[in-house]
Write a protein that binds this ligand. Sequence first.
Ligand SMILES: Nc1ncnc2c1ncn2[C@@H]1O[C@H](COP(=O)(O)OP(=O)(O)O)[C@@H](O)[C@H]1O
Ligand SMILES: [Mg+2]
Length: 256
Amino acid sequence: MDARGPIIQVRNLSKYCQDGPILKDVSVNIEQGDLVSIIGPSGCGKSTFLRCLNGMESLDSGYIYIDGISLSKKPSVGFLRCDFQQKTHELRQHVGMVFQSFNLFPHKTLLHNVMLAPQIVQKKTLDEAEAIALKFLDKVGLRHFAHRYPFTLSGGQQQRGTIARALALSPKVMLYDEPTSSIDPARVDEVLEVMRDLDREGMTQMIVTHEMRFARDASDYIIYMEQGEFIEISDEDEIFISPKDERTRQFLKHFM
Ligand SMILES: Nc1ncnc2c1ncn2[C@@H]1O[C@H](COP(=O)(O)OP(=O)(O)O)[C@@H](O)[C@H]1O
Ligand SMILES: [Mg+2]
């Protein structure tokens, strides 16, 4: 574990449930500023993998290392568990996560939704939190909508709002789990454009997506997953032109 090495390192990560393995010995290195797309059939473990990176799922073996924080299997000894919980809490501040459902608080304005985490987690004052929230709402093109309630916004706008909310904690890494799957097709691009923008600014991002054009155009590389395994990790569009594994070829056939 070298602090000057990749910003994300995953080594031999496995996770099981009573029905069998969900993640099988997966490893990957991700460099600062990379944009990585994760593709694969439903149920192959994509969401579980992202949740592990965010400390929302426990690991059964292996470890993850993100920006100086490493996590492995949750210890069974009491005082070590405290340390583990502290590290998980820290990790979540370094790693922003955006889900398919927008889950903004419906009774709060967009501005107040984005102000919450800086106030509660970082103990910012009201004025500081407002300045942070406006800065990130501006970044996602929603400054003029700051005083609107979520139900008055389109899906694309709400999702941009959740991205602003995640950015408000100044994460080093952003993870997105099918961020455009619940959005009207006409509004998908405005959300993808925010990720492209963040990529230009050097944010490290991992995206589970079925948007193959975006995966192909915007990613530095693509991970193809199947049945809990990383079948193929490929540079840019090589995976679309000449996939190395037959399973990848079979999956991508449906998108061609
Ligand atoms: N907490 C859990 N307990 C038991 N099984 C789970 C749990 N979370 C996910 N799974 C199972 O693990 C597999 C991978 O799920 P998931 O990560 O949601 O896949 P994907 O996001 O690729 O659709 C699925 O078979 C799912 O039913
Ligand atoms: Mg999923």
